[in-house]
Design a protein around this ligand. Structure first.
Ligand code: BGC
Length: 490
């Protein structure tokens, strides 16, 4: 070892080999054959013109500005008119798979009325992806609902599982019958938390105990980001009961769609895989020597990260926060075993701690002095390793698809390192025995970041919103090389 190092040093100093050659001495982290290099998007964030959705109503018809600077999704990135161009970007990235959502509000803008032009649009998009050698992964619901569904009560509407099942059948039979990987619902805990407790997103139920108060963060914490518990306000038992009701609606709808899709595939003698995209965060205690902070960490993990995927495995829903909610072991008919893969969306870590207060006695922040994204999220690659390993511990040899991972980084200063460090962590998890089969970078291109508007930029491609031009960032080049070589240098 020492001799080798000395030799390389000696040759280098003589100028015989370059730094590149030295890099070549580093280990190449090869991913499994057939690993799916992928990028992800969502319809409402890129397509534009989603006028029959609950989000459009939220952006444009509610008092005040629900989105930063009163921006709207009206044109988004105009992807609706740029499918060919955007598929070329995917080819330039050497993608093998593309995760995108289709818009229920466009396919069925009014109850029982199919918009055939929208169906034709998606049929062509799917065909073009196959023709380009990019396997489509379809998400059925990514945060938005048709307005007519929202008016009936959304996820708490008793007819929702049936309606969602019909919608899934429509998508499958009209343009999805060649698609293998299906995500029924994206990040239920995120959109239900935002919409049924925090008042940030549709349908907009705010905490009954009032909004969050500005508070000084304790030591160990930096600026709290907007989606954390400090902005929770004071939710009551009733607020949490409403959330649980919506969670049950999501799970019943997922189960209904799961069985419907499998039935259709079976009739064609095809194998498909159906799951959800779960948003998981790494949680750590603020004070490592405080047992109460450790308890809070455990509660966050079970409630936010694992309650939904666990329920898909066992068929039983357990949501538990002491003194506020306890739905331990509630049976959801038809739900057991409806997770063919574990879809993992991972972005960041939160520091959590115990707080003496009524209701949810917990605080959440970003770690002090951590390197953070433009949205204040800590860059913590080890988190993706921890969560993959935990999924394997809980669910055995389940295929794991990284359905999202990315960073808001306007200048693309941190993204290349973010991609590399997270992929190294994924590779480590594979080496340790986890069955990770795909990595979808969020996102293919800059897009409408929900309540944050167009400010945060997550794209491998920059979008110039004045001209809608797509401009490759350095990260796009890097990702295309990694995908072509099926791995990266350590
Ligand atoms: C969502 C995306 C969102 C991304 C970045 C995920 O929670 O699925 O729609 O743009 O995070 O915030």
């Amino acid at each position: 070892m020492i001799r080798n190092g000395f030799l390389i040093g000696a040759i280098l100093s003589l100028g015989f080999i370059s730094q590149d050659a030295l890099a070549a001495k580093k280990k190449f982290l090869k991913f499994p054959a057939n690993f799916k290099w992928c990028a992800a998007t969502a319809a409402h964030q890129i397509e534009g013109y989603n006028y029959n959705s609950d989000w459009w109503e939220w952006e444009t018809r509610r008092p005040g500005c629900k989105v930063k600077n009163c921006e709207t999704s009206e044109f988004a990135t105009d992807h609706w008119n740029r499918v060919d161009e955007d598929i070329r970007l995917m080819r330039d990235l050497n993608l093998k798979q593309y995760r995108f959502s289709v818009e229920w509000a466009k396919i069925e803008p009014r109850e029982n009325q199919i918009d055939w032009a929208a169906v034709e649009h998606y049929r062509q998009e799917v065909n073009k992806l196959f023709a380009a050698g990019v396997e489509p992964m379809i998400t059925l619901q990514h945060f938005t609902l048709p307005m007519w569904v929202a008016q009936k009560g959304g996820w708490r509407w008793a007819g929702m599982p049936q309606a969602f099942k019909r919608y899934a059948e429509t998508v499958y039979s009209l343009f999805g019958s060649r698609v293998r990987d299906w995500v029924t619902i994206n990040e239920p805990m995120v959109h239900l938390g935002g919409g049924y407790v925090m008042g940030l997103t549709p349908p907009g139920f705010a905490p009954s105990g009032g909004p969050a108060k500005e508070e000084r963060l304790p030591s160990g914490c930096s600026r709290a980001h907007r989606d954390g518990a400090p902005s929770l306000g004071s939710p009551t038992k009733e607020d949490l009961a409403r959330l649980a009701d919506a969670v049950r609606g999501v799970l019943k709808s997922h189960a209904a769609a799961y069985h419907a899709l499998h039935k259709l595939a079976k009739a064609q003698k095809r194998q498909i895989r159906v799951g959800m995209a779960n948003h998981l965060r790494a949680f750590d205690p603020r004070l490592v020597f405080n047992p109460l902070d450790w308890i809070v960490k455990g509660l966050f993990e079970e409630f936010f990260n694992w309650s939904i995927p666990d329920a898909m495995e066992t068929g039983r829903l357990s949501l538990f926060i002491p003194g506020v909610i306890n739905t331990k072991n509630q049976i959801i008919p038809g739900l057991r075993g409806t997770q063919d893969f574990f879809g993992l969306n991972y972005y960041t870590r939160d520091i959590v701690w115990f707080k003496m207060q009524a209701g949810i006695g917990a605080g959440m922040c970003s770690k002090a002095n951590a390197v953070t994204s433009d949205m204040g999220w800590e860059i913590y690659p080890h988190g993706i390793y921890r969560l993959i390993r935990e999924a394997t511990r809980r669910y055995g040899n389940i295929p794991i698809l990284i359905t999202e991972n990315g960073i808001a980084d306007n200048r693309d200063a941190l993204r290349p390192a973010y991609i590399r460090s997270h992929l190294k962590a994924v590779h480590r998890a594979i080496r340790a025995g986890s069955r990770v089969e795909a990595y979808c970078h969020w996102s293919l291109l800059d897009n409408f970041e929900w309540v944050e508007g167009y400010g945060p930029r997550f794209g491998l491609y920059e979008v110039d919103y004045a001209t809608m031009a797509r401009i490759p960032r350095a990260s796009a080049k890097l990702y295309s090389i990694i995908a072509a070589e099926n791995g990266l240098v350590e």
